[in-house]
Design a protein around this ligand. Structure first.
Ligand code: GN1
Ligand code: MG
Length: 362
């Protein structure tokens, strides 16, 4: 058992600790709120880092530190107010890093707790617009420090790699499930060339990587009580990636009419109201760094993410369900088919998506 007060004592915080209590539901990360006595000292968040997913903790924390200090510097330059609520602040420990490793081998970090802030779980056009704007702004703020960051999960959103992983799983057939999904695999393969476009353009030098958030969910941004977006949170997956990542992944979850693991495939649609609101917000802030080619390929990004996720879920199903937790044997297959149906629906809206984006740029 870790002595939390002892862990906290390694960090250079202001004030005297009065109370340490669990924060949030804490299923994946162990997160605690650390209250301080003095009214002028901030409260803090103490978190155990999940080093089974993020095996290179040093790189992970390096990325987060670079990104947050860079955003802070920009806000200071702009003369922004309320800066401690507009960007996360990580605290240095006595080893001069933003994390410590304890004797039992666990990793911990601390950041300033943002007071009077809320997150939302609802995806509606209004919040989607805010999310588009906030994630686009975040990417714009860090667009010039790509060279300073590394990939915490190498090739995370690389479609060619995901395709090759699926092909390998088909070849190995470890769980003996390939015969049952032969037609599905064939259907997916029909689009694999088209969906690997991003990686081809990257190799040809027509696309560059830039810093992306890579976990663009509506609940990963904070609002103040007046409904103003404060900042983007959950920075573990921040890394260099192609332009497709933040835009495509938000729409993959946000524009689906049902949950990603629902078997009611006939109820799946790609919500154009969410698409339009998110796209409007995103282009407003991201047009400062997106190239005309990238903007013209946003509909591709919207199709790519459900497709890539279908491939990833099917890969895990064929390997015997090691990556995603499953509640029943066909769970990953249901997820893969759900994403496949969403992909087909997004494809149906391709011309409409293009027209909408051209209209915004006109
Ligand atoms: C994983 O754990 P969560 O839900 O934030 C996965 C994403 C997938 C998602 C699908 C590190 O994200 O890439 O899109 O599941 N994260 C990782 O549900 O693989
Ligand atoms: Mg997350």
């Amino acid at each position: 058992m870790n002595n939390l007060n002892q862990i906290i004592s390694h960090f250079n915080i202001k004030g005297t600790v009065s109370e340490v209590k669990p924060l949030g539901n804490g299923l994946i990360n162990d997160t605690y709120k650390v209250n301080t006595v003095e009214p002028d000292a901030p409260d803090y968040v103490l978190q155990r880092i999940n080093d089974s997913i993020f095996t290179d903790v040093d790189l992970l924390q390096h990325n987060i530190y670079e990104v947050t200090t860079h955003i802070r510097e920009q806000l200071e330059k702009e003369g922004a107010d309320d800066i401690d609520r507009r960007v996360l602040t990580f605290i240095k420990a006595d080893n001069d890093k933003t994390y410590i490793k304890t004797e039992d081998g666990t990793f911990w970090r601390m950041s300033i707790f943002i007071p009077d802030a809320i997150t939302v779980e609802t995806v509606n056009p209004e919040y989607s617009y805010h999310a588009g704007k906030a994630f686009g702004e975040f990417e714009a703020q860090v667009a010039d420090i790509t060279d300073r960051l590394g990939e915490t999960i190498p090739n995370f959103h690389n479609m060619e790699l995901r395709r090759d992983q699926l092909r390998q799983a088909v070849k190995e057939d470890r769980a003996g499930r390939v015969a049952g999904v032969k037609d599905f695999i064939d259907e997916l393969e029909k689009y694999s060339e088209e969906m690997c476009l991003g990686e081809r353009l990257f190799r040809e030098g027509k696309l560059k990587k830039h810093v992306c958030h890579c976990d663009t969910k509506v609940n990963n941004m904070m609002f103040d009580k007046e409904g103003r977006v404060l900042c983007v949170i959950d920075l573990d997956t921040v890394m260099p990636s192609l332009f497709v990542s933040d835009y495509g992944d938000f729409l993959r979850t946000g524009a689906n009419t049902i949950a990603e693991d629902s078997p009611e495939f006939d109820k799946i649609d790609f919500r154009m109201d969410i698409f339009e609101a998110f796209t409007r917000g995103y282009i407003e802030s991201a047009s400062s760094f997106l190239t005309p080619l990238e903007i013209s390929l946003l509909p591709y990004a919207a199709e790519l993410f459900p497709y890539m996720q279908a491939v990833r879920f099917l890969w895990d199903y064929l390997n015997g369900d090691h990556y995603w937790k499953c509640k029943y044997p066909e769970h990953n297959l249901v997820r893969a088919k759900n994403q496949w149906h969403l992909f087909l629906k997004a494809k149906e809206h391709e011309a409409e998506m293009k027209k909408f984006i051209e209209g915004l740029n006109a």
